[in-house]
Design a protein around this ligand. Structure first.
Ligand code: 6PG
Length: 247
């Protein structure tokens, strides 16, 4: 586990942008494509803005980038809470990714379980998976909520222990709504998994997640331990305040 402490969210976002570009170019030169699962929430916004900026936009061959999401709220794609809308506004509307390589989670459907099955089929087709196989994303971007959730794996939910499905939709009591999310075996199959964590409000939970007892039902971010991939925690000083960095 690689923990990188950045001065603030701007430097965290810049570091993540440089890494995104490096991994994209490495994947595209070795396999011809770069598969990435985007995080939702607010922290990644600056990363997406930077990737779309003049300084970085031209450093990636966007026509070879294939985009998925780690999770999605059960709202229409133009809703203010939509993870797709945030990424579309900040990045996807600014760079020439072929539309058929942008795989939005259709979480607004009434039958959200069927929508999760459909998204699972999309992933299986894109990665040409046989039954029982899991995708190996080149990069998975994740955030961490101040309750320790990641993607839409929330404390106390069965999704934390899902080992067969790639995608599940479940009711999240905390928000009294459904969510769609990639499952732990998919997150743990990533070649590169980056957590982006910023802000004082995350400090106490981050201390527990990284240096406390293993209790993934309480802190689902602990379930992310890639089997063979690289796990990087990009954290700003405010979020890292309580960490024992000598540990
Ligand atoms: C979501 C995200 C979620 C997010 C964390 C952190 O849909 O909300 O996928 O897992 O990464 O809640 O969110 P912030 O970056 O806004 O703190």
């Amino acid at each position: 586990m690689n923990i990188q402490i950045c001065q603030d969210v701007d430097s965290l976002s810049r570091q993540a942008t440089v890494e995104f570009v490096r991994l994209a170019n490495r994947a595209i030169s070795s396999t011809g494509r770069f598969t990435v699962a985007l995080a939702g929430g607010s922290t990644p916004r600056k990363l997406y803005d930077l990737l779309a900026s003049e300084a970085f936009r031209t450093q990636v061959i966007w026509s070879n980038v294939e985009v998925f999401w780690g999770d999605e709220r059960c709202v229409p794609p133009d809703h203010p809470d939509s993870n797709y809308r945030m990424a579309y506004e900040a990045l996807l509307s600014q760079v020439p990714i072929p539309p058929d390589l942008i795989h939005r989670m259709p979480a607004e459907r009434d039958d959200v379980a069927a929508a999760a099955d459909e998204y699972e089929r999309t992933i299986r087709e894109s990665f040409d998976l046989a039954d029982g196989e899991f995708p190996r994303f080149d990069l998975i971007l994740l955030g961490m909520g101040d309750d320790g959730h990641t993607a839409s794996l929330f404390p106390g939910t069965a999704a934390i222990h899902e080992q067969r499905r790639l995608v599940v939709a479940h009711y999240v009591e905390k928000f009294k709504t459904n969510r769609m999310t990639l499952t732990p075996p998919v997150l743990n199959g990533g070649h590169n998994v980056f957590f982006l964590v910023s802000g004082e409000s995350k400090a106490a939970t981050l201390k527990e997640v990284l240096q406390g007892e293993s209790q993934p039902d309480r802190y689902p971010s602990q379930v992310v331990r890639p089997e063979s991939g690289s796990l990087v925690w990009l954290i700003d000083r405010a979020a890292a305040r309580l960490l024992d960095l000598a540990a």
